[in-house]
Design a protein around this ligand. Structure first.
Ligand code: HEM
Ligand code: MTE
Ligand code: MO
Length: 471
């Protein structure tokens, strides 16, 4: 057998572009796949996601690779092996509160490591109707709590009901399992576009603080009724959620939703223990989270420890002093958080996932792809796409599952194929724009400036992507 040179993972990691050659690893072997990139049946953009690192985490998501012919093909590109020291993984142990966080998929675009905040790479964001769990965007405010599923208990309480302590086993067996396909979106999705207008406070999310899963769990309604809470209640009531993740002062992450949403059969609110058929991953709330379809991500509390019916909203910072919208004229000196309602249902949204900003596209037929979604169960009825900055429009083809009227909790993926005008083929720029229309005929605002707000939330202007056309 030929003897191959030995490399460290760090050396492999330096080969991430055609100029430096594109290297990947599989097992303990190193491959230079630069010449295969353009030939990749799944497209060059996808293979490049693994450049400089391991193929396995990506192949785990695309089973087509688990065929002998794929490994055979890869063998032609072998250039080396990983040095033996690399094969044993290091295990750093420190007093870092985040040291117990779970391992994550290397394809995620990390906006902040501690706490962990990351979005799927745009190339994979809307490839599938259901986002693979490993690529689902993650928005943590605190370290991920370590929960023992055997001793775990959920407390349910509040005036008008009896107090319950439910184990995971009880949640699974005493209540029918209900499944809902729902999109979660962070209020800060597309914040980066808002901070380009004027700086805002918050993580620089691109278009990927949104993902879709099939959730399974007990209906919150069933648990509330089991505890004796009545369906109709006089006055204003809320259901407050508390997580097991706590800040340095011991205060948990918390949020609340209106009682009516929580108790209604059509609201589809879950105490979810399953995500896409698997148990909840640690980053997404293991062992139990609230899934509140149609409502901003922040209310979908993870690592649930307590559900409390209350005459007041959650006292949490994240309910009272964050996740609210304000006028463009409000700044950090004048903002009064008590003056605005907490965000619940989100407005209509859409974005282009393909092509990417700055891409070079050949003249001829262009494929534009993206997602669209609206809060409150309002389905997306139309997506309009412009290839000339919004002067003329074409209607995209909508894909994905049919959803019930008024309970369209999941996004709609869309696609448009259109010829690129001959005039634009002279190396010119094309401004691709998309905008969605929901079932209430709500539309997106055309520009960002009029909806700018100091926290950079609710960023849902027409999405614009500039590309150049070159053969
Ligand atoms: C499809 C090889 C890396 C995503 C394929 C196919 C081959 C292949 C041979 C066609 C399979 C078939 O239809 O029989 C390779 C090799 C890679 C690589 C040799 C590394 C050197 C990646 C990476 C991704 C990826 C990193 C990242 C997500 C895909 C996708 C398809 C595909 C999405 C299309 C699947 C479909 O049409 O259903 N690849 N691949 N590949 N690959 Fe890869
Ligand atoms: N729940 C707890 N306990 N702690 C958190 O930090 N983040 C919230 C929400 N639930 C959060 C939480 C926010 S702001 C969002 S957008 C969603 O979880 C993100 O859910 P995901 O990480 O599963 O995508
Ligand atoms: Mo969020």
């Amino acid at each position: 057998a030929p003897r191959y040179p030995l490399y460290t993972r760090e050396e492999v990691g330096r080969h991430r572009s055609p100029a430096d050659r594109i290297w990947v690893t599989h097992g303990t072997e190193v491959f230079d796949v630069t010449d295969f990139v353009e030939l990749h049946p799944g497209g060059p953009d996808k293979i490049l996601l693994a450049a400089g690192g391991a193929l396995e985490p990506f192949w785990a998501l695309y089973a087509v690779h688990h065929e002998p012919h794929v490994l055979e093909l890869l063998r032609e590109y072998k250039v080396g092996e990983l040095s033996p020291e690399e094969v044993a993984a290091p295990a750093p142990a420190t007093a870092d509160p985040f040291s117990g966080d779970p391992p994550r998929h290397p394809g995620l675009r990390v906006n902040s490591q501690k706490p962990f905040n990351a979005e799927p790479p745009p190339e994979l964001l809307a490839e599938r109707f259901l986002t693979p769990n490993e690529l689902f965007f993650t928005r943590n405010h605190l370290p991920v709590p370590a929960v023992d599923p055997e001793s775990y208990q959920l407390r349910v309480e509040g005036p008008g009901g009896r107090e319950l302590c439910l184990s995971l086993e009880e949640l699974r067996t005493r209540f029918p399992k209900h499944e809902v396909t729902a999109t979660l979106q962070c209020a800060g999705n597309r914040r980066a576009e808002m901070s380009r207008v004027r700086p805002v406070k918050g993580l620089e999310w691109d278009i990927g603080a949104i993902s879709t899963a099939r959730w399974g769990g007990a209906r919150l309604r069933d648990v509330l009724l089991h505890a004796g809470f009545s369906e109709e209640r006089e006055g204003e009531w809320h259901v407050c959620f508390e997580g097991l993740d706590t800040d340095v002062g011991g205060a948990p992450y918390g949020a609340s939703i209106p009682y009516g949403k929580a108790v209604s059969a059509a609201g589809d609110v879950l105490l979810a223990y399953e995500m896409n058929g698997a148990e909840l991953p640690r980053d997404h709330g293991f062992p139990l989270r609230a899934v509140v379809p149609g409502v901003v991500g922040a209310r979908n509390v993870k690592w649930l420890r307590r559900v409390a019916v209350s005459p007041a909203e959650s006292p949490s910072h994240w309910q009272r002093n964050d996740y609210k919208g304000f006028a463009p004229c409000v700044d950090w000196d004048t903002v009064d958080y008590s003056a605005a309602p907490a965000i619940q249902e989100l407005p209509v949204q859409s974005a282009i996932t393909h092509p990417r900003p700055g891409a070079v596209v050949p003249p001829g037929e262009l494929t534009v792809k993206g997602y669209a979604w609206s809060g409150g169960g309002h389905g997306v009825v139309r997506v309009d796409v412009s290839l000339d900055g919004g002067r003329t429009w074409q209607v995209a083809r909508l894909a994905g599952e049919r959803q019930a009227l008024g309970r369209a909790w999941a996004w709609t993926l869309w696609e448009l194929q259109a010829p690129v005008a001959a005039a634009a083929a002279g190396g010119e720029e094309l401004e691709i724009v998309c905008k969605a229309v929901d079932s209430s005929y709500n539309v997106q605002p055309d520009t960002v400036a009029p909806i700018w707000n100091l926290r950079g939330v609710l960023s849902n202007a027409w999405h614009r992507v500039r590309v150049s056309v070159r053969p």
